[in-house]
Design a protein around this ligand. Sequence first.
Ligand code: UT7
Length: 333
Amino acid sequence: MKTFNTKILGTGSYMPEKILTNDDIAKRVETNHQWIVERTGICERRISDLSKDETPSGMAARATMKALAAANLQPNDIELILFASTLPDQVMPNAASVLQHKLGITNLCGALDVNAACSGWVYLVPMANAMIKTGMYKRILVVGSEMLSSFNNWDDRNTCILFGDGCGVAILGRAEDNEESQIYSTVLASDSTKKDHLTLLAGGSAKRITIDMLENNEHWMTMNGQEIFKAATKTMASHCEKVLADAGKTLDDVNWFVPHQANLRIIEAVGNRLGIAPEKVIINVNKYANTSSATVPVALDEAVRDGRIKRGDIVLLAAFGAGLTSGGILLKY
Ligand code: UT7
């Protein structure tokens, strides 16, 4: 069977306009700018405004229009929408279908939501790659879009400082025979022994929201930060080593590393473990904090648009999140 290589045809991102600084948060909980910057590298984050439709699907529509322009494509050229979100607009209809509507797509393309927490977008790229490789689709929109501010407990200083809203997308497509772009190798994993370290249990089928639950503040995210920190560092580094080994490449071949942006100390620890030069690491956690499944595509899009990542560059991507899910990708842009 003839197979095809996958190319990133275009990327896009959208960040809400409203900026929430560390000083703003310090007005509500006992914290301060210096502590947050020293422990996380985060200076500010973006917060969605529902009156501007900065929902996961609303942000995704704006980011996708930028990606379509970059790829010189029209909305109806998209053949499948894969949408990662930890908490999409609503339970039904799925955010991917709402996005299809907002983009004005009339070709009835498939539209699927996936929740793998912060690893969601990195999970969907290998799936899109497999479908492009086999010839099933030629152009797939892969979205990571999150409005974490809606389930962030703004009275809990352990979690509220860490998260922000935003969206990143990429349109993956079939590379021409004379093009070198490709996805070399990918890895997906989940360590469910650590599933209780990052949770939001209320609001699903097993634990429906009740008045008691709201009064007891059980409808917010809870996190064991130190356990996540340790697991994230180890897992992202080992995934990077695996995708490099599977592709027969070394760190010297890598032009850029785009890690999940959760905490600058985690990014630095992964970089140190791997031994990658700091100037090859794309970082924007200072501006946006952790936007879950959006961090990797947003960082990728910014680096493509400002000219750091160029055609032919080899890019290493890695993510981790609740589950604890994780993944890694090695590609030639
Ligand atoms: O996508 C995955 C999402 N989650 C993550 O990536 C989380 C990964 N973990 C982390 O980023 C870090 O563990 C945190 C930033 C959450 C915490 O940093 P840490 O260096 O592990 O701090 P800690 O939890 O050990 O807390 C140290 C101290 C504690 O006080 P005591 O017990 O030493 O008196 C905390 O109560 O800092 C205190 N603390 C704060 N102080 C000021 C915790 N949060 C804050 C805060 N401001 N916001």
